[in-house]
Design a protein around this ligand. Structure first.
Ligand SMILES: Nc1ncnc2c1ncn2[C@@H]1O[C@H](COP(=O)(O)OP(=O)(O)OP(=O)(O)O)[C@@H](O)[C@H]1O
Length: 356
């Protein structure tokens, strides 16, 4: 289901002006603190009432200032998951899940989707942070929403709990069939989940579009953080090896990655960080790195320091490599240069690999 947002509002000193469209899946709102992410989500929920604009979900107009339409919060059919789970302490997990649900028909399916079937009779105080987050997501889903809003749902969790929940969020994205507007300022999370990326800065949308294209854009690296920049490759598991490595076919060749779970044939999204990619003009021999992909330089983008971000085409995928300007000059890299992208297997962390 599509969502179209086109709003303007004054927030103190910040002029919020957000325009973007998405066809469904996960749309991530990304930007630094104060960029306006929560305000956009609140406007979609109906909690913030923009001075001007239009918000349309599927064929329902939620807001149209010019036409005098402003649908009330409880009629918008949006589920909202906050950073802190906000569960009711006096209700069991079952009671929390069914609070606001029209009936309990979907309780079993949603509890199964989120892996909380065994927790239904517990009270929130007897849950871990990750379990609380999953119950909060379940409660939002059971209210029969047409759209799910998630404002930093993992921000209060440690890395291990985040890793625990991300696969459930991927399932939700792929199986629940409802659009998700997802606020985060964690690049890894956005890289795992987003189909569409909306980059916000000081209240304005800087860029909006398909996540793969934006992650591969060297010009956006400063905004994502040069150390966090990295392209997304789509691949498919072809074999699990006895030494714990997994072979993944990508359009430009094959990658050997450390222990990726999933059956052969499973489609994956792999994030390769730009700082983990080396470039060579000849195919390297006698090197420990297991991944060597033939590639062609498409663009070079100067950073502010001594670094340069190189975008390469490897098959149908784009890769980013962050190298020094000195190296780029020594190799005489220019658009069209044929080279090899060299990636250490262990540089790809388990959190960089997700379902696609
Ligand atoms: N009611 C308000 N009155 C005045 N200014 C506001 C109000 N609400 C938000 N702002 C300002 O608008 C800007 C955007 O805030 P918002 O909470 O949407 O940002 P955010 O990107 O979600 O930030 P964070 O990542 O810190 O949650 C901030 O500068 C904030 O101070």
């Amino acid at each position: 289901m599509s969502l179209s947002v086109d709003i303007r509002h004054q927030l103190g000193d910040t002029a919020l002006a957000a325009t973007f469209e998405t066809e469904g899946g996960v749309t991530a709102l990304f930007g630094r603190s104060g960029a306006g992410k929560t305000s956009v989500v609140n406007a979609v929920a109906g909690l913030l009432r923009p001075r001007e604009g239009r918000i349309v979900l599927g064929d329902r107009v939620l807001l149209d200032r010019a036409a005098g339409i402003d649908v009330a919060v409880h009629r918008r059919r949006v589920g909202y998951v906050f950073q802190d789970a906000r569960l009711f302490p006096h209700l069991s997990v079952r009671g929390n899940l069914l609070f606001g649900a029209p009936d309990d028909r979907h309780l079993g399916r949603i509890a199964d989707l989120l892996g909380i079937e065994g927790l239904l009779d517990r009270r929130p105080r007897a849950l871990s942070g990750g379990e609380k987050a999953r119950v909060a997501i379940g409660r939002a889903l059971l209210s029969d929403p047409a759209l799910l809003l998630m404002d930093e749902p993992l921000a209060s969790l440690d890395q291990a709990r985040k890793e625990e929940i991300l696969p459930y969020l991927e399932r939700l994205r792929d199986e629940a069939g409802l659009p998700i507007l997802y606020v985060s300022h964690a690049v890894e999370e956005v890289a795992r989940l987003a189909n569409t990326l909306v980059l916000l800065d000081r209240g304005q949308v800087v860029r909006a579009g398909p996540a793969e294209a934006l992650f591969a854009d060297p010009g956006l690296a400063p905004m994502l953080g040069p150390r966090a920049a990295g392209a997304l490759l789509s691949g498919q598991i072809t074999a699990h090896h006895a030494d714990g490595l997994t072979e993944v076919a990508v359009s430009g060749g094959r990658l050997i990655l450390p222990g990726v779970g999933g059956a052969e044939g499973r489609r994956l999204r792999v994030r390769i960080e730009a700082q983990d990619v080396m470039l060579s003009l000849t195919r390297p021999e006698g090197i420990s790195a297991l991944n060597i992909l033939p590639a062609r330089v498409t663009t070079l983008h100067d950073g502010q320091g001594p670094g340069v971000m190189v975008q390469l085409a490897a098959g149908k995928d784009l890769i980013l490599a962050r190298i020094t300007r000195r190296s780029a000059e020594a190799l005489a890299l220019a658009p069209g240069t044929e080279c090899y992208a060299v990636i250490k297997s262990v540089a790809v962390a388990p959190g960089d690999v997700g379902r696609s």
